[in-house]
Design a protein around this ligand. Structure first.
Ligand code: IMP
Length: 196
């Protein structure tokens, strides 16, 4: 069986490595370096809308099948915020640290700290067909940041069943349990069916 060619709608090399490891040989991942595309504004109200918009626009521009994903941290006490606005929770130019500080502040003195990361993956084919998958990682927001690995909200996210934050565990372990790996595995299963 020839491998499906899929253009990655992300320019983040760490994500590309993670995605290739999960997809294995059945999918050849193409990069924006070889198939340039314009940045797509992530202005949707939902993770699904953003992932779909990125995959659809990049597929139209390049004529290729495209995989895009969007991720957010949804905090129960904040009714799902920051959610789709996770990257710019503390403002358009916010750093990871600004966002972490704002979230710790919003939960100050609060004992209800349940949250989850949610990742949505969308593949759009040149004929407009679409596949969608999602993955979730449940946990708690800590009261202070711990650990140096990972990125984003990892230092304040304690996955259920773990005593270390996502920034304290090895990346290999994070990649086994993460929202993104669950969504990608679910997408791999759909792609296998699609190609069969
Ligand atoms: P994106 O969809 O990967 O661009 O993620 C949006 C924002 O969510 C990022 O800027 C991070 O703040 C946060 N985020 C996404 N994935 C993770 C993760 O695996 N750990 C911690 N934060 C994440």
């Amino acid at each position: 069986m020839t491998a499906l060619k899929l253009l990655l709608g992300t320019k983040n090399p760490d994500k590309a490595k993670e995605i290739q490891a999960i997809f294995g040989d059945s999918v050849t991942l193409l990069s924006g370096d070889d198939h340039p595309f314009a940045d797509v504004e992530e202005d949707g109200d939902t993770l699904e809308a953003n992932a779909r918009k990125k995959a659809t626009e990049i597929s139209k521009e390049t004529g290729l099948a495209v995989l895009s994903e969007d991720t957010g941290l949804e905090v129960d006490f904040l009714k799902g915020a920051p959610g789709v606005y996770s990257a710019r929770y503390a403002g358009e130019e916010a750093t990871y640290q600004d966002n972490v500080d704002k979230l710790l502040d919003a939960l100050k003195g609060e004992s209800k700290r349940q949250a989850h990361f949610r990742c949505v993956c969308v593949v759009v084919f040149p004929d407009g067909q679409e596949l969608i998958s999602a993955g979730q990682l449940n946990g708690q927001i800590t009261t202070n940041a711990r650990g140096r690995d990972g990125f984003g909200y990892d230092p304040i996210f304690l996955p259920d069943g773990f005593s270390k934050t996502l920034a304290e565990v090895p990346t290999s372990l994070k990649n086994q349990i993460s929202h993104r790996s669950k969504a990608l595995r679910a997408m791999k299963a759909q792609l296998d069916k699609h190609m069969a």
